[in-house]
Design a protein around this ligand. Structure first.
Ligand SMILES: O=C(O)CCC(=O)C(=O)O
Ligand SMILES: [Fe+2]
Length: 341
């Protein structure tokens, strides 16, 4: 792979021959490259720029100001540089995470569902810009899942049936410029859900690992098979050249699970550059209560809310959110959260 393939998405997906053909090309590109790009519309480019501008404004505030935006109910909010750990080593990204914004009056919050609560927004302009952005990438996610279902020879609604009231979330990131002591941005890892849709500025730093025939790949959803740190210093790693007007898209753990490993959750890592870097990584996900079964049968199902909670408690063992989950025995609540099948 030298340059990434870029696809234009149709206005809607209904299962036409053209849709099916595009779906097959998307699947084939993931099978060879592990990643592809989707062309942004002019409107999407504008909304992306507005979100990146708000992100720059927020991260420019002082650390004590930013550190106020955390919550013990949800993982939404601020994560300081060095706070997140991948495979036992600190990452240097600074992050604002946006999970579904669930008001305190919602029954799920009253019933102590883990990870459910309001986003501690740093301001109304920030909130509006991020919500606009989430709406756009959410639309792209739904379209892509329909196309990918067609590309896998399934009925078009087979994957989007999981994303009704999807637990979509996003990491709004800033990476400092590299220092004399480190180039580490984020260590090698895979992301947890169905799709990862990302927009980056012009600095660059993201690397992805394409599928390698015969290479063993872990199943990150199993505690004994974490992908964190895997192949960190061992190629092939492909540098994702920043390109204006595109979103990059690759599969997450749930798509690997669903397809029995035909589509692999793409390992990726970030290296710091000579300048600071801003990026937004959006995760298109099943609903919190979804019970996901492999298309091919076999394995135990994954309860998405449990998978999400496990991944976040593992990543942030000392965060107030994790402490409250443990203190109040909220993990036990997960057993009661099941979407009707
Ligand atoms: O910085 C990037 O481009 C990717 C960030 C990332 O991998 C993540 O937030 O999970
Ligand atoms: Fe990631």
């Amino acid at each position: 792979m030298t340059v990434l393939r870029t696809f234009e998405l149709p206005d809607s997906v209904s299962g036409t021959t053209a849709d099916r053909d595009l779906g097959r090309r998307l699947v084939r590109t993931w099978e060879t490259d592990g990643i592809f790009q989707v062309a942004a519309t002019a409107e999407q480019e504008k909304i992306t720029e507005e979100a990146l501008t708000e992100s720059r404004r927020f991260f420019a505030r002082s650390l004590p100001e930013k550190a106020r935006f955390v919550s013990d109910l949800t993982y939404s909010g601020y994560i300081a540089s060095g706070e997140e750990v991948t495979a036992g080593e600190a990452d240097f990204s600074e992050i604002f995470t946006v999970c579904p914004d669930i008001p305190l009056t919602d029954k799920r919050v009253a019933d102590a569902w883990p990870c459910h609560g309001p986003v501690p927004w740093p301001g109304e302009d920030y909130r509006a810009a991020m919500e606009n952005y989430l709406r756009e990438v959410g639309g792209i996610g739904e379209k892509l899942l329909k196309l990918v279902a067609l590309g896998l020879e399934l009925e078009p609604g087979r994957l989007t049936r999981l994303t009704r009231d999807g637990w979509h979330h996003m990491r709004v990131l800033r990476f400092p410029a590299r220092s004399a002591t480190t180039e580490r941005g984020i260590g090698a890892h895979t992301d947890y859900g169905l799709l990862v849709i990302a927009a980056q500025d012009d600095v660059g730093g993201l690397f992805v690992r394409p599928p390698v025939p015969g290479e063993p790949r872990n199943r990150n959803w199993l505690p004994e098979e974490s992908t964190a740190g895997m192949y960190q210093d061992e190629g092939p790693w492909h540098f994702v050249e920043p390109e204006p007007g595109v979103f990059t898209v690759f599969p997450g753990d749930i798509l690997q699970f669903l397809t029995g490993g035909r589509l692999l959750s793409t390992p990726h890592k970030v290296r710091l550059a000579t300048r600071e870097r801003y990026t937004m990584a959006y995760f298109h996900e099943p609903s919190f209560g979804a019970v996901v079964r492999p298309l091919t049968g076999g394995d135990e199902p994954i309860h998405y809310g449990t998978h999400f909670t496990n991944m976040f408690t593992r990543c942030y063992p000392d965060r107030v959110t994790t402490r409250r989950i443990h203190r109040e025995g909220r993990l036990a609540v997960l057993d009661r959260i099941r979407d009707p099948e």
